[in-house]
Design a protein around this ligand. Sequence first.
Ligand SMILES: Nc1ncnc2c1ncn2[C@@H]1O[C@H](COP(=O)(O)OP(=O)(O)OP(=O)(O)O)[C@@H](O)[C@H]1O
Ligand SMILES: O=P(O)(O)OC[C@H]1O[C@H](OP(=O)(O)OP(=O)(O)O)[C@H](O)[C@@H]1O
Length: 213
Amino acid sequence: MLTVAMPKGRIFTEALVLLKQAGYEIPDDLEHSRKLMIDVPNEQLRFILAKPMDVVTYVEHGVADVGIAGKDVLLEEERDVYEMLDLRISPCYLAVAGLPNTRVHPIAPRVATKYPNIASTYFREQGEQVEIIKLNGSVELAPLIGLAERIVDIVSTGRTLKENGLVELERIVDVTSRFIVNPVSYRMQDRAIEQMVDRLTYAIEKAGECNEN
Ligand SMILES: Nc1ncnc2c1ncn2[C@@H]1O[C@H](COP(=O)(O)OP(=O)(O)OP(=O)(O)O)[C@@H](O)[C@H]1O
Ligand SMILES: O=P(O)(O)OC[C@H]1O[C@H](OP(=O)(O)OP(=O)(O)O)[C@H](O)[C@@H]1O
């Protein structure tokens, strides 16, 4: 049996569509109950439902063999997992944003973000020294209230930036969800995992063809 760590929230629905396209039987419980661990004996799968940032932790520790995680999460913390597939779902990107005509503080520029590592690497590569302020959400609030001049955050439709009067300043990196695998599971359960990779690859290609038409 393979244990699959699924991210609750935004990615979940799109991931289920992909799994269904790959021909997996998805029980109603997975979509509609509050259960966090659901077995699908016919498929030899156990699903666990975790916060998106925690999926990688479950897979890294081997309590889940495989999982689905945003590239943003994988970039933020270096983890010992294999990234096997770009599932091409939940697309968005990480960007630097601020109020229009943002004046960066000359001595102590501050950047608020949920992604302190990605942000500090980015500004270091740009040759800019900044103070990173870690937030857990509602990051767009920071420039409005004077906590930081700039933010690094996810942009998808751009609606949150727009409705808060912020503008995108620089685009950092594109993000989609990835299929990740525990390295030991990959050795011990290679056939089952390869089969899942093949089925998902087929579903990704099928979804790609549908988008083209
Ligand atoms: N507009 C978006 N905002 C945030 N994440 C997005 C967006 N579009 C796609 N994603 C992807 O979804 C993942 C986050 O999903 P979600 O927002 O459900 O989790 P979360 O932010 O951890 O949840 P919560 O808001 O409950 O803390 C990201 O890691 C990213 O890969
Ligand atoms: O470009 P958009 O389509 O508006 O999406 C981007 C927004 O969505 C996410 O926030 P979320 O709703 O997850 O809330 P959070 O700020 O609490 O993380 C993200 O952090 C942005 O704020």
